[in-house]
Design a protein around this ligand. Structure first.
Ligand code: ZN
Length: 300
């Protein structure tokens, strides 16, 4: 279905107020009292939008088939009032309006989301938003949560997505304490050899950027992260022929997402049990590490 997104002005307020009221009531019906819902009339929501325009906010309208199907407001870099009429949902209109607003933000886009709004949360996370940790109580039982989108320019990636105390971010000496960089797997992830080699072929996959947990990744990033892990696991199976590959992500102290890939060998060390974080019993010579890295690289 074709659509266009246009700036809204004073002449659009009554139509925009109808869309806002109907969508707002629909999305709040499950957890708001009937009289509170009924108070959000089209006229009241039109006045609310008029007030925002008067204070410098911008209004954008998504139109399709000659009518307004969705609204969003933008105040600086604060995105609010993103509503799509119920009968126009699940067609990508919400994503389109969100991206339109993101492109017009002055700084990093920010929005607030009711903590029980699972559908909107998945949309925002897909687009790269992550919670900032700020919350604000709407009722005694319900909070609003702040989300922020970090725009991925090269400069941003260099300046803000690295933690200078983190071995996976800075490499060098901190990394050399336990690992050796092998190669990049994709634009997102790198592969490291774990120096403790009680389990021959043990490696680590980690994103290049300082990401705390895989729940902080977008769907596409998470897909790529696990695709790279699978690719490495297949290479380990080819080279080392283990009985099983174990996977572990612990990270209590580190704070940089990484997965240990640990080949386990039937009836050998720790077979049938949990692999230790660092058993500290087997290290190799530089030449042996180099040979192992060469074999893994060739099998990727
Ligand atoms: Zn890091």
């Amino acid at each position: 279905m074709t659509y266009e997104i246009v700036p809204g002005g004073a002449g659009d307020l009554s139509a925009a107020g109808r869309v806002h009221a109907e969508s707002w009531q629909d999305s709040h019906r499950a957890f708001c009292e009937a009289d509170f819902l009924a108070a959000h009339t089209p006229e009241r929501q039109a006045r609310y939008l008029a007030d925002k325009l008067a204070r410098g906010s911008r209004l954008f309208l998504l139109q399709t088939g000659g009518r307004i199907a969705g609204v969003v407001t933008l105040t600086g870099s604060l995105i609010e009032d993103l509503y799509i009429l119920p009968q126009f949902q699940n067609r990508g209109f919400g994503t389109a309006l969100l991206r339109y607003a993101i492109a017009r933000c002055d700084g990093d886009p920010v929005l607030w989301l009711l903590e029980n709004n699972v559908r909107a949360e998945s949309l925002y996370r897909r687009e790269g938003f992550a919670p900032t940790g700020r919350r604000s109580a709407i009722t005694s039982a319900l909070d609003e949560i702040e989300y922020r989108l970090i725009k991925h320019t090269e400069e941003n990636d260099r300046m803000s997505n690295k933690d200078m105390n983190c071995a996976y971010c800075v490499h060098g000496e901190p990394l050399a304490k336990f690992g050796i960089y092998i190669c990049d797997l994709s634009e997102m992830n790198s592969l490291y050899l774990f120096k403790e080699q009680s389990h021959p072929g043990r490696v680590i996959v980690a994103p290049k950027e300082h990401v705390g947990d895989f729940t902080d990744l977008t769907d596409a990033q998470r897909d790529l992260f696990f695709a790279d892990i699978a690719r490495v696991s297949r290479a380990l199976k080819k080279v080392f022929k283990p009985g099983k590959v174990n996977y572990g992500a612990y990270n209590d102290n580190g704070g940089h997402l990484h997965f240990h890939l640990v080949p386990k060998y039937r009836d050998e060390f720790e077979w049938g049990g949990v692999f230790a974080m660092n058993p500290g019993r087997v290290t190799l010579t530089e030449a042996e590490y180099a040979e192992m890295i060469e074999k893994i690289r060739a099998a990727l």
